[in-house]
Write a protein that binds this ligand. Structure first.
Ligand code: CAA
Length: 295
C-alpha cells in the first residue's frame, strides 16, 4: 500500500510514516491531511481510545463530504482510511520517521511526551510539536536530540487553513528545518519560518486581539454579538474574535495568553478576568457546548 500510494516529492522520501500524538481537533486534522493529501501512513496516538474513535468518525465524515462533493473518489477516501491507524501506546510510534505532537497546550505534558518520544523513537526520527506558543527550545531540552526537534504550528481547521508556521528551536539543524518545510509543502501548506519567541507570529498577534475582545465584553463596551459583527463585517474577518475564541477553545486562548504574559513580563498581555472566569466555569467554547455563545 505504501509504495502504491506514495506519489510525493523526493524531498520527503526518507519520511515513510508519520506519528501523531493527540486525536483532538488539531491532531485529527493533521492526520487527515498527512493521509489524504500526502498519502503517508499515519499512526494516531491518544491515551484515550474513545477519543481516537471519535477522531476517526470525524475523519469518515470529512471523507464522505469530500466524496459527495466530487473532490476525491471513493477509492481515494478508502485508501486514506487504510493509511490511518490508531494506538493508545506511545510505543506504537516507534517506527515513525516524523512525529507531530498535538497534545494539550501545557509545558509539563509536552516535556513528558518528548522525554518519552526520545526514548521510543528511532535515533534519526524528527520530533515536531504543534505547540501554539510554548518555547520549542524548552521542549527540545527534554530530549537528547534537540537538533531534531522543531515547531510545526498548524492552524485550525487544519484541512482548510493553508498556513504552517515552522519554528526552529535554538539547536534545530538546518536539515531538519528543510525536511519539515518539505513535509508541510507536501501536505499542501504554505510555510513561514518564525523565530522561537513567545506566541511566534500568529498568536503574538491573534491572542492580544481576542483577549482585548474579552476585555471589551467585560467592561460592557458592547454585546458579544456587536463586538463580533463589528470585526466580521467591519474588517472582513471570517469570524468575529469571540466566535473565533469559542472555535479555538477558551482554555487554549487563556493558556497562550498566559505564556505571552509570563514569558515577556509585559502587562499588555495580561489575560482578561472574564476569559479566566469562563475557563474556570468549564465554558471552553464550542467543544464543551458553551463558551461566549451556546452550541
Ligand atoms: N474541519 C474540516 N473542515 C472544515 C471544518 C473542520 N473543523 N470546518 C469547516 N470545514 C470546511 C467545510 O467542510 C467546508 O469545506 P468545503 O468547502 O469542502 O465544503 C469549508 O471548510 C467551509 O466551511 P463552511 O462553509 O461550513 O463555513 P465557513 O465558510 O464559515 O468556513 C471556517 C468555516 C473555514 C472555519 C471559517 O469560518 C474560517 O476561516 N474561520 C477562521 C478560522 C481561523 O482563523 N483559524 C485560525 C485559528 S488560530 C489557530 O488555529 C492557531 C492557534 O494556535 C490558536
Amino acid at each position: 500500500l505504501k509504495t502504491q500510494v506514495r506519489g510525493i516529492s523526493s524531498a520527503i522520501d526518507n519520511i515513510k510514516s508519520v506519528g501523531i500524538i493527540g486525536s483532538g481537533q488539531m491532531g485529527l486534522g493533521i492526520a487527515y491531511v498527512a493521509a489524504n493529501v500526502t498519502r503517508l501512513p499515519v499512526v494516531l496516538m491518544d491515551v484515550n481510545q474513545a477519543q481516537n474513535e471519535k477522531g476517526l468518525q470525524f475523519m469518515d465524515k470529512l471523507l464522505a463530504k469530500d466524496v459527495a462533493k466530487n473532490k476525491i473518489t471513493a477509492e481515494h477516501a478508502k485508501i486514506t482510511r487504510e493509511l490511518v491507524s490508531t494506538t493508545t501506546q506511545m510505543s506504537g510510534l516507534s517506527d515513525a520517521d516524523f512525529v507531530i505532537e498535538a497534545a494539550s497546550e501545557n509545558l509539563n505534558i509536552k516535556t513528558a511526551i518528548f522525554r518519552d518520544l526520545d526514548q521510543i523513537c528511532k535515533p534519526d526520527s524528527i520530533l515536531a510539536t504543534n505547540t501554539s506558543s510554548i518555547s520549542i527550545t524548552k521542549i527540545a531540552a527534554a530530549t537528547k536530540r534537540a537538533e531534531q526537534v522543531i515547531g510545526m504550528h498548524f492552524m485550525n481547521p487544519v484541512p482548510v487553513m493553508k498556513l504552517v508556521e515552522i519554528i526552529p528551536g535554538l539547536a534545530t539543524s538546518d536539515a531538519v528545518l528543510e525536511q519539515t518545510r518539505s513535509l508541510a509543502t507536501a501536505m499542501g501548506k504554505t510555510c513561514t519560518v518564525v523565530q522561537d519567541i513567545p506566541g511566534f507570529v500568529a498568536n503574538r498577534l491573534l491572542m492580544p486581539y481576542i483577549n482585548e475582545a474579552f476585555m471589551l465584553l467585560e467592561c460592557g463596551a458592547a454585546s458579544a454579538e456587536d463586538i463580533d459583527t463589528t470585526m466580521k463585517l467591519g474588517t472582513n474577518m471570517p469570524m468575529g474574535p469571540l466566535t473565533l475564541a469559542d472555535f479555538i477553545g477558551l482554555d487554549t486562548c487563556l493558556a497562550i495568553t498566559k505564556v505571552l504574559y509570563e514569558n515577556t513580563g509585559d502587562s499588555k498581555y495580561r489575560s482578561s478576568v472574564l476569559l479566566q472566569k469562563y475557563v474556570d466555569a468549564g465554558w471552553m467554547g464550542k467543544k464543551s457546548g458553551k463558551g461566549v455563545y451556546s452550541y
